[in-house]
Design a protein around this ligand. Structure first.
Ligand code: 6GU
Length: 230
């Protein structure tokens, strides 16, 4: 699977993909991440990538030309399954988005900045607009890293334990139950007896109940989905 990320701050994206699972996925040839600097496509003599907005108002707008040139170039090289624009006014990212995108071949991600991109980019190129939560970041780069990470780990062969992606929080609209490892007692704090009982039927039942209780108290919105109320 291939990602092309379009940004004015490529440095911000160097870190997240060069460690741990995303690094291994690239080394194994399961994942390709190409980062493109929008500024390289500016024909302006100062290499500007933004401009004042028509109609006035505070804040700069990302210009159409360098972005359109870069998108056209990439589109002429391969077909994209999705062209995602990272923006705080996009649809909230959910596990279902990542699940479906993990089955795709080529995904392009445009990182927004300032007041956003010229609306004509959104109208003519973007196929999906995504936000990662109800708060504002300085730009879409960290959000793009979140999207790539959440998709990348679902690609077959990327995770060591392939079944573990299926037991993640959110995969069945429930949060995960608590987990413990050795020692069985620390500072007098004990691991629940049931987990040491060896009775796997009981353990499974306990985990399911914990997951339900946690979801109900921490994420009533998810709990409603789980019970089918929504
Ligand atoms: Cl995708 N971009 C920015 N700038 N802020 C955000 C976001 C994206 N998602 C949540 N906040």
């Amino acid at each position: 699977m291939r990602f092309d990320i379009l940004t004015i701050l490529p440095e911000l994206l160097e870190g997240p993909f060069n460690v741990s699972m995303m690094k291994r996925a690239q080394e194994r040839g399961l994942l390709e991440i190409h980062i493109h600097n929008i500024r390289d496509y500016s024909t302006d003599k100062h290499k500007n990538v933004d401009d004042y907005q028509y109609g006035g108002g505070a804040g700069m707008v990302m210009s159409i030309e360098p972005i359109a040139t870069l998108i056209e170039k990439l589109k002429s090289e391969r077909n994209y399954d999705e062209i995602i624009y990272m923006t705080p006014d996009g649809e909230l990212l959910e596990q279902r988005h990542s699940n479906s995108w993990s089955l795709k071949e080529n995904i392009m991600i445009l990182c927004g900045h300032y007041k956003g991109v010229d609306e004509r980019i959104r109208e003519h190129y973007i196929t999906k607009e995504i936000s990662i939560g109800s708060y504002v970041l300085t730009g879409g780069e960290l959000a793009a890293a979140v999207v790539v990470d959440s998709i990348g780990r679902l690609i077959p062969g990327v995770m060591n334990d392939e079944t573990s992606a299926l037991t993640d929080s959110f995969q069945d609209d429930l949060l995960s139950p608590p987990v413990y490892t050795r020692p069985p007692e620390f500072n007098g704090w004990k691991v629940p007896d049931v987990l040491l009982s060896g009775d796997f039927g009981k353990i499974e039942q306990w985990r399911e109940q914990q997951a339900i209780d946690r979801t109900k108290s921490r994420r009533p919105d998810l709990y409603k989905k789980f019970t089918g109320e929504e």
